[in-house]
Design a protein. Structure first.
Length: 76
């Protein structure tokens, strides 16, 4: 299972914001921003700060992507 933050990047584009703007608005570190860029795990407190700054819900900034093995298990 992996996380996909494509919705977050699209939301930033839609609001004419850069990743640096997001960092300033949320106070997250460059390391955390890099983790988001790579689709890695981040703390829920980070996700909540992003949601608060963007005025949205967690589902508006991320998706959970199932691995092929997990999809196969659901099909049986």
């Amino acid at each position: 299972m992996a996380f996909c933050y494509k919705k977050l990047w699209k939301l930033l584009i839609d609001r004419d914001m850069t990743r640096a703007d997001l960092r300033k608005a949320t106070g997250i570190s460059t390391a955390t921003l890099a983790r988001l860029s790579k689709g890695e795990n981040v703390r829920t407190s980070v996700l909540l700060r992003i949601c608060a700054a963007m005025g949205c819900n967690v589902g508006d900034i991320m998706d959970v992507v199932l691995d092929d093995d997990e999809v196969a298990k659901q099909d049986t």
